[in-house]
Design a protein around this ligand. Structure first.
Ligand code: FAD
Length: 314
């Protein structure tokens, strides 16, 4: 589908649905990823909270019917978007934020930033999610990825999620232990949009919550998480490897290895950084190079944790 018809498509939908929010054509997606790489999204659209639910359902439904791809973008904290960008529609959940607390549980809209949610929960004296403090991204992305920090996964505190499938339907997806494992969630195998996440919390005094969160944030700072643009751990850990993936890469002397503007962080084997002017293809080349090295010297098959999305050359 060409740009003109995409424009027509969205203008009609926006008129029908009373769209409010932000919308741009050929938006550089480097502006919306923590790696600071990625070419243009044909159409980047961030609906306001006021219209997000109805609009999102309508958009997904009609885009699906027209064969227009829709990529759901959270905080862009785990993505390498291709230099050629993403075709079709990039639906940014950033406007769909906020949370409510009911008894032991918090219901958090998927576009809510992790730290913003934790901050509000601390003010409500609700703990239990401190382990997520300082992790960039949204709640929707954290559920999709089944994010894991400090030995705890998001699924450990998950009650249920509210979702929209491509057929317009809103559905409740209750937590079932068999659906989740290390960095795996059922959402990875289906199209759709996570609307909200219901998490278990525990009562706790606000200062204790904040102290623990500060500890995690400081630890991340010490580990150099925020020194350069990145997407956190580049590769998944695997118990069968016998040690953390970062240590494996250290042992092979891969720290500091650079291709173009992408480098293995000189201080951490499992963080790939954008040294300033990296292209997405530099990051991909570095990841492939590391995988080949580890495969040929140790016979270990690494699995990237960062996700390569968009329009890659073959
Ligand atoms: C400095 C740094 C430290 C990090 N530390 C950790 C860590 O300790 N542990 C860890 O697990 N990760 C870590 N990460 C990676 C990242 O923060 C997590 O993976 C995070 O959960 C990604 O969320 P996001 O909203 O940015 O998702 P995005 O990167 O925007 O998207 C990730 C995937 O989720 C999908 N998605 C997002 N929102 C929705 C939605 N509402 N509905 C449907 N699909 C959706 C996207 O389509 C995409 O496929 C780190 C990243 C950085 C930059």
């Amino acid at each position: 589908m060409g740009m003109i018809s995409l424009r027509k498509f969205i203008e009609k939908i926006n008129m029908d649905m009373g769209f409010t929010g932000e919308l741009r054509y050929d938006e550089p997606l480097a502006l919306h990823t923590t790696f600071k790489v990625g070419g243009p999204g044909d159409l980047w659209i961030r609906p306001d909270a006021g219209c997000f639910l109805e609009y999102g359902a309508f958009l997904l439904h009609h885009a699906h019917a027209e064969g227009i791809p829709v990529f759901v973008l959270g905080g862009g904290a785990n993505l390498v978007v291709a230099d050629q960008g993403i075709r079709g529609i990039v639906l940014d959940t950033g406007g769909w934020s906020g949370l409510s607390v009911t008894g032991e549980e918090a219901i958090i809209r998927s576009g809510t930033r992790i730290d913003a949610a934790l901050d509000t929960l601390a003010a409500h004296k609700r703990g239990g999610l401190e382990f997520l403090a300082g992790m960039p991204g949204s709640l929707g992305g954290a559920l999709w990825m089944n994010a894991r920090c400090y030995e705890k996964s998001l699924s450990d505190v998950l009650v249920s999620a509210e979702c929209l499938d491509t057929h317009f339907q809103q559905s409740l997806v209750p937590y079932r232990s068999e659906d989740y494992s290390y960095k795996q969630s059922p959402f990875q195998n289906q199209d759709g949009l996570i609307l909200s996440v219901r998490l278990r919390t525990v009562p706790r005094p606000e200062p204790a919550i904040r102290q623990e969160m500060d500890r995690y944030r400081l630890d991340r700072e010490h580990k150099g998480h925020y020194r350069f643009p990145s997407a956190g751990s580049a590769f998944k850990n695997n118990r069968n490897f016998g040690k953390p993936t970062g240590k494996i890469l250290d042992a092979l002397g891969l720290r500091g290895l650079q291709i173009g503007g992408a480098a293995v962080a000189p201080w951490h084997g499992n963080i790939i950084i954008n040294t300033g002017n990296a292209q997405a293809q530099d990051i991909r080349a570095l990841v492939l190079h590391i995988m080949e090295q580890v495969q040929s010297t140790l016979g270990i098959q690494l699995e990237p944790e960062i996700r390569f999305v968009g329009d890659w050359p073959p």
